[in-house]
Ligand binder design. Structure first.
Ligand code: PLP
Length: 455
């Protein structure tokens, strides 16, 4: 063996970092993680109240998933798609197709959410081409929304600070307002509001010319950009009907909502919906591996395949190690009945968050489904006037919670209304006592924020 130059692997935790990320701040080093807890290098234990970024759905360090990964690693960790099929990918595709609505039984793997969304857009376009509908290029999405950071996913993302620097380089796709009915001050019913928001899609399709519209992409329950936004029930079927009326494909971005996070395998199930194409990621690899998937209707994929094939792919697509982990994650969700737990603990956590509104008048709204929950801070609940941006509430509360060793996730919303929202989304294995611990730490953090901002 060759001698390695001594300095090559020389490193100390105190050395200046070569890494850089979206933001400049530094965090402690992670040491280990188990269940809903994460320990840092100083031995402090944090409750992972956001499952990372709504990723670690089955909790950390699950032994059965790690064993399944080890077994696969002992066999092989890679087999290139053009040279070999692999059984974990076949098995996972089979499971996903069985857990999807009727007719959605074609699966394409990726390594993350942005890649999955890119795949959905490209499949939709190639389907239109296969049908000879060459003018269909517009992918309508909502504002605000988050669909990923690669250029295609960014084009359908509605989140100013992420879009703006690249505006001259990306063909931004048309947007309609996200159904933030909780902000509406009119006297209309929930049902009427849902239909009103959905009908904005019809308006946009008519404006663009239906022959130009390829697809509509939406998060069935909003994620980071809207803070667990749930549309009024009437919204979902109306959107489906409008897409059908114009031959527009309906893409559900279930990157955050999928794989049990809202209490059903897909959030689409809450409204009995069958989109045409679905993007999954986060909870599929559940923090064990980078993994994403697109699930599509067979009658969309078949013409594309027949028309020369899907002109799109990733080196790591269908990676056997990633797929073996994904299979073990889904097995665990079923064996431990984690979706039922999510519905039960989610309802408990939501009611405890609702109770906070009595103590903290600056909590303007609590919303979400299953364990995808959020609350929004406002200056005035009656008028839903947001806190001023420079109060920096979204960053402060996260820091105060972090000092309490509780991890939550926050964003400042964009798009007409700018507000501070906080996602509280512990892993699906959370228990009543974890809810107690979250609430205790969160209440302390909110008390501190109230004092600091004089709320
Ligand atoms: N779509 C949704 C709804 C998301 O929440 C995210 C990530 O937060 C993405 C897509 C992008 O996923 P990734 O960060 O894995 O590329």
């Amino acid at each position: 063996m060759n001698a390695i130059p001594a300095e090559l692997f020389d490193w100390s935790q105190n050395a200046p970092s070569h890494l850089f990320y979206q933001t400049g701040g530094r965090r402690p080093f992670i040491e280990r993680a188990e269940g809903v807890y994460i320990w840092d290098a100083q031995g402090r234990r944090f409750l992972d109240g956001s499952s990372g970024a709504m990723v670690s759905n089955i909790g950390h360090g699950n032994k059965r998933v790690l064993d399944a990964m080890r077994d696969q690693m002992n066999a092989t960790t890679f087999g290139y798609r053009l040279h070999f099929e692999n059984e974990p990918a076949e098995r996972l595709a089979s499971v996903l197709s069985k857990l999807s609505p009727q007719g959605l039984d074609r699966v394409f793997f990726a390594s993350g959410g942005s890649e999955a969304v890119e795949s959905c857009i490209k499949l939709a376009r190639q389907y239109a081409l296969a049908k000879g509908e060459t003018k269909r290029t517009e992918v309508i999405s909502r504002f605000p929304s988050y669909h990923g950071s690669t250029f295609g996913a960014l084009a359908v993302t509605g989140y100013g600070p992420l879009n703006d620097p690249f505006a001259p380089m990306v063909r931004e796709m048309p947007k309609i307002p996200a159904p933030r009915a909780y902000l509406d001050r009119d006297n209309s019913s929930d049902e009427a509001r849902g239909l009103r928001y959905a009908d904005m899609l019809r308006g946009k399709i008519e404006e663009l010319g239906p022959e130009n519209v390829l697809a509509f992409i939406m998060e069935p329950v909003g994620g980071a950009s809207t803070g667990a936004l749930v549309a009024p029930d009437s919204y979902y079927q109306r959107v489906r009907d409008i897409c059908d009326d114009y031959g527009v494909l309906l893409i559900y971005d279930e990157v955050m909502t999928g794989v049990g996070r809202t209490g059903t395998f897909l959030a689409a199930e809450h409204w009995g919906q069958s989109p045409d194409i679905i993007a999954l990621s986060k909870g599929l690899g559940a923090g064990y591996v980078p993994l994403g998937a697109m699930i599509a209707r067979r009658d969309i994929v078949d013409p594309v395949v027949a028309n020369g094939g899907f002109m799109h792919g990733y080196t790591y697509a269908g990676n056997p190690l990633a797929c073996a982990a994904g299979l073990a994650v889904i097995r665990e969700i079923y064996e431990q009945d984690l979706m039922a737990n999510t519905a039960r603990i989610g309802a408990l956590l939501k009611s405890r968050l609702d109770n906070l509104t009595a103590r903290f008048p600056f909590i303007g709204d609590v919303r979400g489904k299953g364990l995808l929950l959020a609350f929004e801070l406002v200056a005035n609940r009656e008028t839903m006037t947001p806190l001023p941006k420079d109060a920096n509430a979204f960053a402060k509360l996260v820091e105060y919670a972090y000092e309490e060793q509780l991890i939550i996730y926050s964003r400042r919303t964009h798009g007409g209304y700018e507000g501070d929202h906080f996602l509280v989304c512990p892993p699906m294995i959370a228990t009543e006592s974890h809810v107690d611990e979250i609430m205790e730490k969160l209440t302390k953090s909110l008390d501190r924020l109230a004092g600091e901002l004089k709320l």
